[in-house]
Design a protein around this ligand. Structure first.
Ligand code: GLA
Length: 740
């Protein structure tokens, strides 16, 4: 259903009443707009826009929804923070070159060389997708140039989530150059702003920082081309007034749905308001928009909570599961991966043994990692073979098909690793298609992990990448899973295909999405892991095509507790792949307990496990199966933060509030470290009774907790329970079930 609005902000478009609608639209053009208020509201929040008499659209409010829409218009008059000389500090989409004095959302050079842009209100409409989802679009037009922008705000009502993007249209006679083309422009009012963001490196993803924003601009960005999260993810949070805690404070979470260069400008303006501009990074990316062409920016997704970070997380998770991640409400395959068990050193008999071990362990699938392909330059290390996707005849004389058959014989599924966007210079692909490689013609190549990136802006390369996956699946219909890796960043950004080099970063990502669209059209449900030399590529742009992501190559469980904790602010457990490996000094139980707080996998040599370890691992797989539904689809409550305490506690609660799983991990070696006091639980029903049981115990050990004790939800959320975490019980998993 579509509702159109014009001068009065009242719905006027009804199929039956065409005439009235036309008259009203006419009126829009004839009379000046006076104070049209456009509230973009979800269940609890509102972003409120106002059209001024001069037709400029400004943001007058962002925050908790008011009961009475008519009262939003009083808000601006309550602030006496000084004069906005330009009159456009609060612009809904700040254009450069006219009267604006601050960081723009859009900057262009028109076909005639003019560099000014003004965007004025024309009309807006609301399109309802279903009971929960509706999109407000606002058409803005330059009064002098034939150039317009439509702002889109897609509201997910129950989840309190908004996706915002813009569509920029050139109706001029010649190309217009876009120098900046943000997805979203927000304006927040508080006394102070606390920015939470992340940085990292390989094996050190998601190192958190929180800082007070002061006057000026703080920029978060990526120029890496491909794997942004090698340095930082396109994800941040801003607390208003003071740093929010799990249960208190106002906090905005934002993330750009774009698998490439991004830029967030966070500018505290002269009125002490916070301007947020979020979008594709304009760095080296002037975009020539041809006449009659439209540039659609990627969505910037955000949620707001005035009840702390916990609620903001649950908003985001619920949206991600139901509306974004591929098959986010479905199930996932537990697996045994051979990467750390064999690295490149394997052959058919060894893999057959591992497939048998997969069955023995009880997981769903065997995942064959890197090293299975290339013949002229065999892939026996990361120095050669990447790009040549034919089975290596020495390692796999009977091809992938043989392994699929072995898996079938053992009642498990078979998955396989690919890295189709990349190439080793030592490969046949490189020899045959040097023009497919991103590199500067006059400069020495600079490699990352001995490899280069293929030019996905080139349709032939897109065909190649699609073909790599399609061929594997067509020749081996039993293949049930892909791990799609992406190890290199883009150095020497230059395309032999594109005539305009400044389009490369954008067209690369568009090419990537084109391949994924094509893949998903043919294989809509095949589960696929988004991997990037660890967690180098974690964003909601990619996750709509992937079922899960690889968190990090760092699988040291102690490190993982922190990383998984940080990812958990934005990404639900169902999307986080955690493997038990030999990293770290902790025993198998600790490593397994940590991996269980997401999607469980193993990357160990099963045949080397002692009798008790094997028994523990087998039981753990069964135990995981008994509660994975709660972890994958439940609400997350972070209870004790490992950054500030000797241990971490978190729990997932199912929708019915009848089953929960609580994870507890010791993160300190200090004398006496552990859970000294009870931990208050979250998300339960106060008047229900719950039975608490420690699960996933190591063979031969007993819980120190009272056997099957029953408490009320009220007690558990007011007083709490002590999981008795200490050096002898470094990880504890509790199952909390409604006692009827
Ligand atoms: C990347 C991945 C690893 C593994 C290797 C294989 O580093 O993150 O999990 O697949 O590539 O080369």
């Amino acid at each position: 259903m579509k509702l159109r609005f014009a001068s009065s902000g009242v719905p006027v478009w009804k199929a039956k009443n065409l005439l009235l609608a036309l008259l009203t639209l006419l009126a829009t053009n004839v009379f000046a707009q006076k104070n049209i208020i456009i509230p973009i509201e979800s269940k609890d929040n509102a972003l409120v826009l106002q059209v001024g008499e001069d037709k400029r659209v400004g943001i007058i409010y962002f925050g908790k929804k008011l009961q009475n829409t008519a009262e939003y218009q009083h808000i601006p008059g309550m602030y006496k923070r000084g004069d906005d000389y330009s009159g456009v500090l609060n612009a809904a989409y700040t254009s450069a070159g006219s009267r604006n004095l601050v960081e723009p959302a859009i900057q262009v050079t028109h076909a005639d060389g003019n560099t000014s842009l003004a965007l004025l209100y024309v009309s807006h409409q609301v399109q309802k997708e279903n009971d929960n989802v509706s999109t407000t679009s606002i058409l803005l037009k330059d009064p002098v140039y034939n150039f317009d922008v439509t702002l889109y705000y897609k509201v997910y009502n129950k989840e309190n989530v908004v996706e915002q993007w813009s569509a920029i249209r050139n109706n001029e006679k010649d190309s217009v150059t876009l120098h900046k083309y943000a997805s979203a422009n927000l304006y927040l009012s508080a006394e102070d702003y606390w920015l939470g963001h992340y940085h990292g490196d390989w094996a050190k993803e998601m190192q958190p920082e929180e800082e007070r924003l002061t006057a000026g601009i703080k920029v978060l960005d990526s120029k890496l081309g491909t794997r942004a999260n090698l340095y930082q993810p396109p994800t941040f949070m801003v607390s208003l007034d003071k740093p929010a805690t799990e249960e208190e404070g106002s906090v905005l979470y934002g993330s750009l749905e774009w698998t490439g260069n991004f830029k967030f400008d966070l500018e505290v303006d002269p009125l002490n308001n916070l301007r947020i501009i979020a979008g594709i990074n304009p760095f080296a990316s002037d975009y020539a928009l041809a006449p009659a062409q439209e540039f659609k920016t990627p969505p910037f997704v955000y949620t707001f909570s005035d009840k702390g970070k916990g609620e903001a997380t649950r908003n985001m998770h619920s949206w991600a599961r139901k509306c974004k991640i591929l098959n986010g409400t479905g199930s996932r395959l537990t697996l045994l991966n051979n990467w750390e068990a064999t690295y490149f050193d394997f052959n058919e008999p060894k893999l057959t043994e591992l497939i048998e071990a997969t069955k023995k362990l009880g997981v769903d699938m065997f995942l064959l990692d890197d090293g299975w392909f290339a013949n002229k330059y065999p892939r026996n290390s990361d120095r050669a073979g990447l790009g040549d996707w034919q089975e290596n005849v020495k390692k796999l004389p009977h091809g992938i098909g043989y392994l699929v058959k072995q898996a079938k014989k053992n009642g498990v599924k078979f998955g396989i690793w690919v890295e189709p966007e990349m190439v080793n210079p030592k490969s046949e692909l490189y020899e045959q298609h040097p023009d497919w490689v991103i590199r500067q013609p006059n400069r020495p190549e600079h490699l990352y992990r001995n490899q280069l990136v293929l030019d996905l802006s080139n349709p032939e390369v897109q065909d190649h990448v699609f073909g790599v996956l399609d061929r594997i699946l067509t020749e081996n219909p039993g293949v049930a899973f892909f791990k799609w890796d992406c190890n290199a960043v883009i150095y020497n950004a230059n395309s032999a295909y594109l005539s305009k080099q400044s389009h490369l970063y954008v067209e690369y990502v568009r090419g990537f999405y084109k391949v994924l669209e094509r893949f998903r059209a043919k294989y809509p449900n095949l589960p696929m892991m988004l991997c990037s030399g660890g967690g180098g590529r974690v964003d909601y742009g990619a996750l709509q095509y992937f079922t899960e992501f690889w968190v990090s190559d760092n699988t040291d469980p102690l490190e993982r507790i922190f990383m998984q904790w940080e990812y958990s602010y934005f990404f639900p457990a169902i999307a986080q792949d955690n493997h038990v490996t030999d990293w770290g000094k902790q025993p198998l139980k600790f490593r397994t307990d940590v991996a269980m707080m997401g999607k469980l996998g193993f990357d160990i040599v099963v045949s080397k496990l002692g009798k008790e370890d094997l028994k523990f691992a087998q039981d753990a797989v069964d135990t995981y199966e008994s509660f994975s539904d709660v972890v994958w689809h439940g609400d997350l409550f972070r209870l004790v933060n490992p950054q500030k305490n000797d241990f971490a506690s978190l729990m997932y609660v199912d929708d019915a509030q009848s089953k929960a799983i609580m994870f507890n991990y010791l993160v300190s070696n200090r004398y006496g470290a552990g859970s000294l006091s009870p931990v208050k639980l979250g998300g339960l029903k106060p008047d229900k009774k719950y039975r608490i049981k420690e699960i996933n115990l190591y063979p031969g050990t007993k819980s120190t907790l009272a056997n099957d004790a029953v408490y009320s939800g009220n007690y558990l959320m007011t007083i709490g329970i002590n999981p008795d975490v200490n050096a002898r019980r470094a990880s504890v998993i509790l199952e909390i079930t409604e006692a009827k």
